[in-house]
Design a protein around this ligand. Sequence first.
Ligand code: PGA
Length: 254
Amino acid sequence: MNDSRKPYIAGNWKMNLDRSRALDLIKTIKGRLGDGSDREVAVFSPAVYLADISAVAQGSPLGVGAQNLWYDKEGAFTGELAAHMLREVGADRVLVGHSERRHVFGEKDDWMARKLRAALESDLLPILCVGETLDERKGNRTERVLKRQLETAFLDIRQDEIRRVTVAYEPVWAIGTGEVASPEQVGEAHRFVRRWIANKLGAEAGSAIRILYGGSVNPGNVKTLMAVEDVDGVLVGGASLKPDTFLPIIEFER
Ligand code: PGA
């Protein structure tokens, strides 16, 4: 963690919760948030609940995001949602390239630059997710994979846009497995991402970009993870589904 970057706590609900539980959870989180000055909190909800959730979140600093988008504005893309549609139902941010999108649904590296562009053009704050599989880590290919994912996604991101973009490092083997990456592994990967961005877009961009860690974050490990240099926040899946586990993560002691 670094005082110049505001900690960012994001919950990724994936395909979980029903409408009434989602709304209850939002009300609870909203009731516990301060003025948002010392940390940024957001939930990434199933798209069908976004309108209701953003109505409840209104007037609070809670961010409301979608879990995916398609980069065209309209057309014959059955089942997909455009950035402006998400914006219209109250989303102010969006995940791009989550590992489940890449690995379960076959999303391609070269879609990511266009997704980032579409998000930024519709005023959605993107979180670009990157991370290696277990095989890639075992084969010592972690940095090569991160480099490829960053190169293809940051193709045309400009220096002046970097403050609106966040990167989440999520090792695929740590997502939903209960196996959290060690502070050393997290520190190395985050340093690599920050240096890559500094090389591409300049030192200022490198120090401004926020890099979140994701993968089996829970109330017991959040403090250790947040203490790692270059970790600016967490992207939380399973533990973001209940107040018992999400609130202590949001309220981690700095
Ligand atoms: P997890 O998921 O916290 O359940 O491991 C994290 C994510 O996929 O963003």
